[in-house]
Design a protein around this ligand. Sequence first.
Ligand SMILES: [Fe+2]
Length: 285
Amino acid sequence: MTQIDSTTLNQWYVIQSSAALTPSQPRKTRLLGRDILAVRQEDGQATAWEVSTKGEQGQALPVRECYDYVWTTLGEPDGDIFSMPEFYEDGRRMVVCGIATVQTSPGRIIENFLDMSHFPFVHTDVLGAEPDTEVNNYKVNLRKDVNELWATECGFYQPKAMASATEGIEVDYQYRVANPFAAILYKTCPDRADAMDLVGILPQPLDETNCDIHYFMLVFDDVNSDQELIQFQQGILMQDRVILENQRPRELPLQRGAEITIRADAASIQYRRWIKEMGVGFGTL
Ligand SMILES: [Fe+2]
């Protein structure tokens, strides 16, 4: 097995939603190339352990339940799972959307999530439309105090920004990369001018070029059912999957000048630089 860098190893990763892990439904899965098993005990406790190549129960793993998800780690995280205070706000709905299995690296998934320039071409008439293909000159900041990457002032015209949108609106976007492999999008809530809706993606790297993406929405929405919201988000992710699985190499190239960059790639450039500085080797070149 290849050596896993300590930054990648020492992260918390979602391995299942809390609701889907029941005593009768354990989850046999993989994390960073290793076989693991997650089990909800009869007393309600979520547990997980490594499984040896012979199928024997191995080392018990730390488990947390947070934001309606079950998290574990193969290393020793410095801190807790990133904070998401919006989860506790009155009136917001947490909608766990499920799992999308995508044959690519976690870095490619985060980078695609940060990229607005593909909206009109990949999510045509939903997240973008020609001729409004211009990406504003947004700002990218590394917030050193929390070690998070933020892209702000990302404005974009969207024909159907969210499931609840009935007409096209100019939306404000902010992206937050809370750790190398977890990203949240904050976008204008069609129902409330003073609030942002959240869309999160939490790739569980099965190995360097295969991920199960756990994704969620955290919204103010009195109109759509959970099922409608899930269908909306799932539709977008399935469009992204086609793009992601066709990218070569599947690993994210981190060497300078590896791929041609344009202004709209500012977030991508900073993302690559940031994870390179942290020593992320997993799923990168
Ligand atoms: Fe996309």
